[in-house]
Design a protein around this ligand. Structure first.
Ligand code: FAD
Length: 371
């Protein structure tokens, strides 16, 4: 398989992310730079058709691009995921004028794209109600008043963003997904959330209070069918974060001193083997489209990949030994990458769809099949 590039990033970008990875995890100093830098490196064009301004290739190439960033910094990879997933919504939307309006700036990294659809994903699985509502303002239902709040959204870049969110309609129509620009009156971004990690990711809450939009900003008038179609890419791109982080943690363990390596190498090899097999199955399903009708198969892969990340991060810790428990060390003035990767790995199970959610859905399905 040609996809397992050790490091597909341009050297300048890889170096910049490496130098700032600790800061991107622990503070917001470089938060504004991530999207423009990834954009200038052409990463948002990967897997986007040439005809739409992209570099061509497939969704699998985009997943691998996210994985290659995740090797260096999960905060950066998560920003990449938000941007690329928003781009994916535009690619899958039937609203061509909306695509024409936003896609060029998004692909170039001049505008941030954010996806506030965790709430909608949880709504689809009957975990929580939609937290946004759209009230039609005219008889033709072409103009809407938007209200509500979402507690967590990444890539709400202070310099400007457009965010996708799902809205309950209350007028008999199904929930719809709108693209909401940051400068619309009534749209407010909170301060950055006080996170324990990924603090350079522009993660904040979003409040809409009487914001008005018309149907030209509809990504899709039927959130449910749209999300069922978009979910394989949403989830696949997200798995890129797990794949890249696990690869880097395993490489770190593999690169330790001879006696340490000798003790751990069997585990490293076994985990690498499993990781490659899971990525292969993921890429097959994303490419063939089978996850649209059989989401459980993809849920299982997401769960298994999270387990590999967990095990790989533990090997990384074991290989680093006591050195890995120090903030810094005379023999290594650079920040402690092992500790950073452990914090990053803690995020993998909780991002929507969380492992708790997926496990309970799979159990529900099995109960249904048994009945
Ligand atoms: C750093 C960070 C960035 C984020 N960025 C974004 C973003 O860009 N966009 C976005 O939309 N969201 C984002 N989120 C939100 C995230 O993806 C989850 O939606 C959020 O963390 C889930 O909220 P909770 O854990 O409070 O879930 P809760 O609702 O408190 O649930 C706790 C756990 O139980 C599960 N659960 C709850 N009820 C049920 C049920 N009935 N059946 C099965 N399982 C259930 C949940 O899935 C979850 O795992 C972000 C979160 C973090 C921490």
């Amino acid at each position: 398989m040609t996809h397992h590039a050790g490091d597909a990033l341009p050297a300048g970008l890889a170096d910049w992310i490496d130098v700032h990875a600790e800061s991107l995890d622990t503070d917001a100093t470089f938060a504004a730079q991530v999207v423009p830098r990834l954009g200038r490196a052409g990463l948002f064009r990967v897997g986007v058709p040439h005809a739409l301004g992209g570099a061509g290739g497939t969704t699998v190439d985009a997943i691998e691009a996210i994985a290659s960033v995740a090797r260096h910094s999960l905060a950066s990879a998560f920003v990449f995921w938000g941007q690329r997933t928003f781009i994916e919504y535009l690619l899958q939307s039937a609203n061509e004028p909306l695509r024409v309006r936003w896609l060029p700036a998004l692909l170039a990294g001049e505008l941030a794209g954010a996806t506030g659809l965790s709430n909608a994903m949880k709504y689809l699985c009957a975990i929580e109600p939609l937290q946004m509502r759209a009230t039609p303002l005219d008889a033709a239902r072409a103009r809407f008043r938007l209200d509500g709040a979402l507690p967590w959204i990444t890539n709400l870049r202070r310099e400007g963003f457009v965010v996708a969110a799902a809205f309950d309609r209350h007028d008999g129509a199904p929930p719809a997904i709108f693209a909401v620009p940051h400068d619309l009156p009534g749209v407010a971004r909170s301060d950055d959330l006080d996170l324990i990690a990924l603090r350079g990711s522009n993660t904040a809450a979003l409040t809409l209070d009487g914001a008005e939009l018309d149907e030209t900003c509809l990504i899709d008038a039927d959130a449910r069918s749209f999300l069922v179609r978009a979910r394989p890419a949403f989830l696949g791109l997200q798995c890129g974060m797990s794949i890249g982080l696990a690869r880097r943690a395993l490489d770190a363990a593999d690169g330790s001193s001879a006696p340490v390596r000798a003790a751990l190498i069997d585990d490293v090899i076994a985990l690498r083997h499993e990781l490659n097999a899971l990525a292969g199955r993921l890429y097959e399903g994303v490419t063939s489209g089978t996850f649209v009708a059989a989401p459980a198969a993809q849920f299982e892969l997401r769960i298994a990949l999270a387990a590999v990340v967990d095990a790989a991060a533990r090997l990384d810790v074991q290989a680093a030994g006591g050195r890995g428990y120090l903030r810094s060390h005379a023999s290594r003035p650079t920040p402690n990458d092992t500790a950073r990767r452990s914090r990053e790995a803690a995020f993998v199970p909780i991002v929507t769809p969380s492992l708790v959610q997926l496990k309970s859905q799979l159990a529900q399905q099995q109960r249904g099949e048994a009945a």
